[in-house]
Ligand binder design. Structure first.
Ligand SMILES: Nc1ncnc2c1ncn2[C@@H]1O[C@H](COP(=O)(O)OP(=O)(O)OP(=O)(O)O)[C@@H](O)[C@H]1O
Ligand SMILES: O=C(O)[C@H](O)[C@@H](O)[C@H](O)[C@H](O)CO
Length: 248
């Protein structure tokens, strides 16, 4: 788990980087969107407007639902930047969760605000001609449990304030029993199985009015969950403007 920042010292936000190791460097998006012409047909005059949008996907759900695992897989597959939302929890919150004690709204307020501000502050990647010299996409996949609707509303607000942003959510859906088992089997994570029940007590599942939430059932294999999530993200981004976003 990455370094946890203590917001009282206003420490700098963690550097956003891409999950970009050798093995992933060769991963290409799963081919152009069916309606998409070959990249060679897309020169600057005809490039669709969707390049103007910045996408931020929040991978959400209770502890051990797979936010970090699936977010990293998505960032690799889409060549988006990855951000571990847990790194924004102040040290006191991490210690509290390590003891199996649930966070409350007050504990989460500063954390969510920091994530919201990062959404807006995310450095705008200069529009290039399709090369990506820095290897860092301006599009982001980030983890955030976002257990309650008003937490999600705060993050949505960040998107509205930033104007060029498309903020979307993936809710990783599994039973309390499954997540308790996974949390117990997980090694080296500050949150254990003793935190899972309180997560479900706090959880407000996204309702049918939250149209910007994609639900992924993660009861099956990890590979199946990752495949489902990638397919649903691409479908959602393609719907936005008729063609799958050319990710850098
Ligand atoms: N279908 C699945 N989807 C996601 N994770 C799975 C699946 N099957 C098994 N796992 C395992 O469950 C664990 C999920 O842990 P992970 O740290 O990614 O969850 P998380 O939601 O980020 O947790 P936290 O919120 O506590 O940081 C991993 O060890 C992962 O390998
Ligand atoms: O809102 C919360 O209570 C926390 O963000 C947890 O849901 C996270 O998942 C954390 O990583 C602990 O596992």
């Amino acid at each position: 788990m990455g370094e946890n920042l203590d917001h009282s010292t206003n420490s700098p936000l963690p550097v956003v980087g891409t999950v970009n190791d050798e093995e992933n460097a060769t991963i290409k998006p799963q081919g152009p969107h069916p309606s998409r012409q070959e990249k060679s047909d897309f020169d600057s005059e005809r490039r669709p407007t969707h390049h103007l949008h910045r996408w931020i996907w929040f991978i959400t759900g209770p502890t051990a639902c797979g936010k970090t695992t699936i977010a990293k897989s998505l960032a690799s597959a889409l060549k988006f930047s990855f951000l571990e939302g847990d790194d924004y929890h102040p040290k006191a919150s991490v210690e509290k969760m390590s003891r199996g004690e649930p966070l409350n709204d007050e504990d989460r307020a500063g954390w969510l605000q920091a994530l919201k501000e990062h959404e807006i502050a995310q450095p705008q990647k200069k529009q290039t001609n399709g090369d990506d010299p820095e290897g860092k996409s301006r599009h982001l996949v980030t983890t955030c449990s976002a257990l309650k609707k008003h937490y999600r509303d705060l993050l949505r607000q960040g998107g509205e304030e930033a104007k060029d942003l498309r903020v979307r959510f993936v809710f990783l859906d599994a039973s309390e029993e499954t997540l308790t088992k996974r949390a117990a089997e997980r090694k080296g994570h500050f949150a254990g199985a003793n935190l899972v029940h309180s997560q479900f007590e706090a959880l407000e599942r996204p309702d049918e009015n939250e149209k910007d939430v994609v639900v992924v059932n993660v009861e099956g294999s990890l590979e199946d969950s990752e495949r489902q999530a990638e397919m649903k993200l691409k479908e959602e981004m393609g719907k936005d403007d008729g063609s799958f976003l050319e990710v850098l």
